[in-house]
Design a protein around this ligand. Structure first.
Ligand code: CU
Length: 149
């Protein structure tokens, strides 16, 4: 019997609200998700959005294919409380603004896309394609890699 590792190929859609056409220069980089335990029902998706353009835009929605996860939400992790009662909590955010000539990084401890009701565990080495969508112009694709940290 042969053991085989199947790579997951899927598409995630990130919709960006944009005021002008120059969002065409926007780039999504270093997209990754952490691998999950079999019992885990949610996972976070991280990436960097680079906006070299002259105008700000907002990241409004993110979609992943039904075979990866059922829902996605933009989340921000934050520390609440003080000292021994420090707790990390997550709150949904409606949209994320990316200023002109700026990068916004979705990373552990901060902004992330929460993929909920996972259809199957994510394994290190899996990858899928993420597509940023905007109102006009060509969608931009970025590969999401699943890794341990
Ligand atoms: Cu979250």
């Amino acid at each position: 019997m042969r053991l085989r590792t199947a790579a997951t190929v899927a598409a995630a859609l990130i919709a960006l609200g944009s005021c002008t056409g120059d969002a065409g220069t926007v780039e999504v980089r270093d997209a990754w998700a952490r691998d999950t335990a079999p019992s885990q029902t949610s996972a976070a998706l991280y990436f960097t959005v680079a906006n070299p353009g002259e105008s700000a835009f907002r990241i409004t929605t993110v979609k992943v294919p039904a075979r990866i996860a059922r829902t996605t939400t933009l989340h921000r992790s934050m520390q609440t409380g003080t000292g021994e009662h420090d707790m990390a909590t997550m709150r949904p955010v409606e949209s994320v603004r990316v200023a002109a000539h700026s990068d916004v990084t979705f990373a552990p401890g901060g902004l992330h896309v929460m993929m909920e009701e996972l259809r199957r565990p994510l394994h290190s080495g899996d990858h899928f394609t993420m597509t940023r969508e905007r109102t006009s112009g060509t969608p931009l694709r970025a590969e999401v890699t699943v890794r341990t940290s």
